[in-house]
Design a protein around this ligand. Structure first.
Ligand SMILES: Nc1ncnc2c1ncn2[C@@H]1O[C@H](COP(=O)(O)OP(=O)(O)OP(=O)(O)O)[C@@H](O)[C@H]1O
Ligand SMILES: [Mg+2]
Length: 252
């Protein structure tokens, strides 16, 4: 479904990604792991069109997306969450999902001055759709709550709801378990599996929680200092000496 082909990204003198290649198979929960600063978020930013690569190409369902704008990529079916929460803290939970649905797919929306045409008929359909997503993800009873009032766990869930609002085929999750406790992380794992199972959405997950990654992933790609050092099934990656060395000092 997704083919990352020889991607290099340089920031000033820093080579953040060096000739990175890997694939995400349709229907898989794939994980991209690696120590801090390995280049995971940079790669997510390139796949979702926030950054352009210096070298290499990315193909989504056989179409090249490497030089497309993020709105165009979202329209093609790739959606993402952010490592640093991107929820609008002064809007309600439902409004957050609705805004995500607009801004990520309608290029003229921001220029129209963020005037939400809630009254229009089609907007009512959109509202219904967003309520369905909140219901699906378990946040429906919080829909009128101001987003910043939610605990971190629910804000992370809201971030996923926002990403689902564009009805993606591929969902990129950048550290969805960051700041969650053990129980919340377990629930997150179930949610991710459910999204794949019931909605048929392919997942590319970045996270430092190895228990979560090992438990739910079908495939793991490991980055270290911007280079792919391993790529395989969780059971194989887990015992790979190169991976263990890269993670020395961290739990694996
Ligand atoms: N916009 C930028 N300008 C300059 N350097 C950057 C920029 N974005 C990332 N970097 C650098 O590129 C490297 C890779 O960063 P990136 O955020 O992709 O790592 P990461 O694997 O997501 O790390 P973490 O696990 O801590 O989130 C780091 O050394 C980082 O400091
Ligand atoms: Mg990161």
């Amino acid at each position: 479904m997704l083919n990352v082909n020889g991607i290099t990204k340089i920031f000033g003198g820093l080579v953040a990604l060096k000739d990175v290649s890997f694939s995400v198979q349709e229907g898989y929960i794939s994980a991209l792991i690696g120590p801090n600063g390995a280049g995971k978020t940079t790669l997510m930013n390139i796949i979702s069109g926030i950054l352009t690569p210096d070298k290499g190409k990315i193909f989504f369902e056989d179409q090249e997306i490497s030089n497309l704008q993020s709105v165009r990529i979202a329209k093609m079916g790739i959606s993402r969450t952010f490592q640093h929460l991107e929820v609008f803290s002064n809007l309600s939970v439902l409004e957050n999902v609705m805004v995500a649905r607009y801004t990520k797919t309608k290029s003229g929306f921001i220029s129209s001055g963020l005037k939400l045409p809630f009254a229009k008929k089609e907007e009512l359909t959109a509202k219904k759709k967003c309520e369905e997503i909140l219901d699906y993800i378990g946040l429906y009873n919080r829909k009128n709550e101001i987003a910043s009032n939610l605990p971190i766990g629910e804000q992370r869930t809201l971030e996923i709801a926002r990403a689902l609002a564009t009805e993606p085929k591929l969902l990129l999750l950048d550290e969805p378990a960051a700041g969650l406790n053990i129980k919340e992380t377990k629930m997150l794992g179930e949610t991710i599996k459910r999204i794949r199972q019931e909605k048929g959405i392919t997942i590319l997950l970045v996270d430092h929680d190895m228990e979560l990654v090992m438990k739910i992933s079908d495939w793991i790609t490991v980055l270290n200092f911007g280079e792919v050092i391993a790529d395989g099934k969780p059971s194989d990656v887990q015992k790979d000496p190169v991976v263990i060395k890269a993670y020395l000092g961290e739990e694996l």
